[in-house]
Design a protein around this ligand. Structure first.
Ligand SMILES: [Zn+2]
Length: 482
């Protein structure tokens, strides 16, 4: 089968060896959460204000633990470059009641009440905490977050002053409402309740190409053609011994020993199951035309030969794996093992196949690069836990963002370089951690043909600029620039 390339995507080999401890802010908590999966219980409240409040909680003082800070003391003087050992938050999450640092002279734990502190600074470009007289807590300097915390703290102070007397009111109101409804039942004929519209069902915009459904017979025919293509690849390299594998949704060809090829197979099936559940599709849904083809070459030279001779495309030297997404819907993934660990190649294959899945999901819309790459990296790291792959790229990206308060200068351009992967996947992780449901609505909107800004507003209720600001604050960066 000839593959006409509609769009092509590559995951680079540039392996990142960043072994230093995790960047000081944010990521630890975000990483801990991502295993929970993409689909979580829908939130009751989807207003932008609720989102802003929620996003603010990601600037958690707990992220200070392990980092070096400068503490300016009310008694005069300061503790410079001391390590934070423990943080006790105030009544509002995000405020600080007690911070314990390592005493520079004795190396012992030194607990400091907020009221003893003027300010606490983790370094330039990061969120500072200063003492708030009204609440007697340390609050972040960001004016918006500060005002919000002040409000919450004032409320909780008031609440504790009057607690005890208000408990019964909500229950009483509730029972009143109940009896009111029961009364109306006698006089009205009950219509069947209209089915609530799912926020994921976004009408496809006019002019958007929806992938046609394929019949069983079509699928079989295509699969035969796809297998013929693999046979041609085999014939093209007569000196190599190939092995073949097939699962419900994939066909594989490789000149690796059969046992080695088998190592990659479960990852692809796991990725497929994951995405099927992410998008609430029936487990036996076939997103592909026929099946997705995966070719793994033992070395880069053969991989390159395949690309030039059979797909008629020159693979970039840094490509570890590629996705060939044809305009008629075919998906072919190719990769090679040169210069890569098994885990890294597995991540790369899952990454590329995620592009394939997004390509085949509902419509032919190509979603913005940063979303596509970020989601592919996120899924790859969720399926293949490689400490030197996606996670390392994210750590490096965070380190750079902390140092420069910038996502690279042109993050949202429709160009991609190796540096952008870490930022894209970390931003995606942030968006999914905040609310996986919103993230899916965001993707659904894009695939339905919405512009990025429109879909972002429809899902997260914020313009892109604000998303960047909130993301920055989650990392401890006050004014993050794209
Ligand atoms: Zn990619």
């Amino acid at each position: 089968m000839a593959y006409t390339i509609g769009s092509i995507s590559a995951r680079c080999r540039a392996s990142v060896s960043y072994r230093r401890r995790m960047a000081r802010w944010g990521v630890g908590g975000l990483l801990a959460l991502f295993g929970a999966g993409l689909i979580c219980v829908p939130r009751a409240n989807l207003t932008p204000a609720a989102l802003a409040a929620e996003a603010a909680t990601y600037v958690r003082p707990a992220n200070l633990v392990g980092s070096k800070v400068t503490v300016t003391l009310k008694a005069g003087g300061s503790l410079d470059d001391v390590e934070v050992i423990r943080v006790v938050e105030g009544e509002a999450a995000g405020s600080i009641r007690i911070v314990t640092v390592k005493d520079p002279s004795t190396s012992e734990a030194l607990p400091l009440l907020a009221s003893k502190i003027v300010s606490l600074s983790p370094g330039p470009g990061t969120v500072q905490y200063t003492f708030d007289d009204a609440s007697k807590r340390l609050l972040p300097d960001d004016p918006e977050q500060r005002a919000q915390l002040q409000q919450e703290l004032a409320k909780s102070a008031k609440g504790s002053a009057v607690s005890g007397g208000t408990g019964k009111t909500p229950a009483a109101t509730h029972s009143h409402e109940k009896s009111g409804r029961a009364g109306s039942e006698h006089t009205t004929t009950r219509e069947p309740r209209p089915k609530k519209k799912s926020p994921f069902d976004i009408p496809v915009r006019e002019g958007t190409h929806v992938w046609p459904e394929q019949s069983e017979a079509d699928s079989k025919k295509l699969l035969t053609e796809q297998k013929d293509y693999l046979k041609k690849v085999q014939a093209n390299f007569p000196n190599r011994r190939f092995s073949f594998a097939e699962t419900k949704f994939f066909i594989f060809l490789s000149d690796l020993p059969p046992a080695d090829l088998q190592l990659y197979v479960p990852y692809m099936d796991a990725m497929y199951r994951r995405l099927i559940s992410t998008f609430d599709l029936k487990p036996d849904t076939n997103i592909w035309l026929g099946k997705a083809s995966v070719i793994i070459f033992a070395d880069q030279e053969m991989f390159n030969e395949h690309e030039t001779q059979m797909v008629h495309h020159n693979a970039p030297a840094w490509a570890q794996a590629l996705a060939h997404l044809s305009s008629d819907g075919n998906v072919l993934i190719s990769g090679h093992t040169t210069g890569s660990t098994r885990l890294y190649l597995a991540q790369s294959l899952v990454h590329e196949t995620t592009h394939g899945f997004l390509w085949r999901y509902k419509t032919r819309v190509v979603i913005p690069l940063w979303v596509n790459e970020g989601f592919a990296e996120y899924i790859a790291s969720a399926i293949v836990p490689d400490p030197h792959g996606t996670v390392a790229k994210e750590k490096l990206a965070i380190k750079k963002m902390l140092a420069s308060s910038s996502m690279g200068g042109n993050f949202f351009d429709n160009t991609f370089n190796t540096e952008k992967y870490g930022v894209a996947s970390n931003l995606t992780r942030y968006m999914i951690t905040i609310d996986a449901k919103r993230y899916r609505i965001f993707l659904e909107g894009l695939k339905a043909g919405m512009e990025e800004e429109e879909s972002l507003k429809n899902s997260y209720g914020v313009p892109r600029e604000r998303l960047v600001q909130q993301y920055g604050r989650a990392l401890g960066i006050l004014n993050l620039q794209p």
